[in-house]
Design a protein around this ligand. Structure first.
Ligand code: SF4
Length: 327
């Protein structure tokens, strides 16, 4: 499967993400890791993960997908955005590829199996820029009965989204703001991210959405209302994670997100009927409650889970809880 096509004057168009960079021979696109080598575009980070860890799946965050399991998580260098508050900036804004360790797709799957991880996450930096590698790992992973998780800024190309169905099982998408100017400052387009989230909602891929609440940047009531309303129109069953920001990268002058600000976002989400609104990076509102009878179904204490009344996808009152709860 090729994710590029010919353009004029020897240029090739990279079709991995919504930037659709037109790249001349010898150059890379915006992400710095996909290069026109003459007759094709090479994904330079293929086989070279710069970060590789075993995480709790709740850390992605995914709360309705294989809860209480471990996930082998990998990322490379490079990104198609340049967010000033990036919490993984040492990877995402780096273009130097460490080639001291090559891990083939088969070996990556073997690592997941040896680590008793039922799934693999493409995360830490934007996985769409290394989709050729993620895709090959994911196909091998499916052959061994493992699932695949994508943690993304939602800037996939249309071609990649269509290809992901049947290969990627779950995705968490950052909806960083509802302000077009703000999105532009991060290197993306609000309209394209919204279009992609709508596109994913039609796919057989479990989706959760995260918004990092950055003080003074995206925490106005008006903006939070727009985000919550957008998610609610797609489906009330999509979990919305509202996460606390901590000063990082170029935003070290900003304060941490207050609990009060998260509570405001939580209340706004609930006012639109969203069934599952979770607070992240704080110890509050991380539990799953039955939206019908209010019973505590999954209690989360950090990354420890206790299942109380959830049997498969159902509360004991009969209410269906959307998600993938059994491996
Ligand atoms: S992945 Fe995106 S940013 Fe990178 S070269 Fe391709 S289109 Fe450009």
């Amino acid at each position: 499967m090729e994710f590029y096509r010919a353009y004029k004057e020897g240029k090739l168009i990279c079709t991995l993400c919504q930037h659709y960079c037109k790249i001349k021979e010898g150059s890379t696109g915006i992400c710095g890791v996909n290069k026109n080598v003459g007759d094709k575009i090479d994904c330079l980070v293929y086989g070279y993960p710069s970060a590789l860890y075993i995480d709790a799946i709740e850390k992605k965050p995914l709360y309705h997908f294989l809860p209480a399991t471990k996930i082998l998580s990998l990322g490379t260098v490079g990104c198609n955005f340049h967010c000033s508050f990036c919490q993984n900036w040492s990877l995402s804004q780096e273009h130097q590829i460490d080639k001291s360790r090559y891990i083939s797709p088969k070996n990556m799957v073997q690592l997941a199996l040896e680590s008793d991880c039922p799934s693999i996450a493409y995360t830490y930096n934007e996985p769409t820029i290394f989709y050729p590698y993620a895709r090959d790992i994911a196909i091998e992973a499916h052959k061994k009965g493992l699932k695949n998780v994508y943690v993304s800024n939602g800037y996939e190309s249309d071609e990649v989204i269509d290809d992901m169905e049947g290969i990627i099982d779950a995705i968490n998408i950052d909806l960083k703001s509802y302000n077009a100017v703000y999105y532009k400052s991060l290197g993306g387009s609000l309209e394209k991210v919204l279009k992609n989230i709508r596109h994913f909602a039609k796919k057989d891929i479990w989706m959760e959405i995260t918004t990092l609440i950055v003080p003074t940047k995206n925490d106005s009531g008006e903006e939070l209302h727009k985000i919550a309303s957008f998610i609610a129109e797609l489906s009330l069953d999509i979990p919305w994670h509202i996460s606390a920001f901590h000063p990082d990268y170029k935003e070290i002058e900003l304060p941490r997100t207050s609990l009060q600000s998260l509570k405001k976002a939580y209340a706004i989400g609930k006012s639109y009927g969203l069934k599952y609104v979770y607070m992240g990076n704080v110890k509050a509102n991380a539990d799953t409650l039955c939206p019908s009878c209010g019973k505590l179904l999954i209690q989360r204490d950090g990354f420890r889970n206790s299942f109380l009344f959830l049997k498969g996808n159902f509360c004991e009152c009969g209410e269906k809880i959307e998600g993938v709860f059994d491996a």
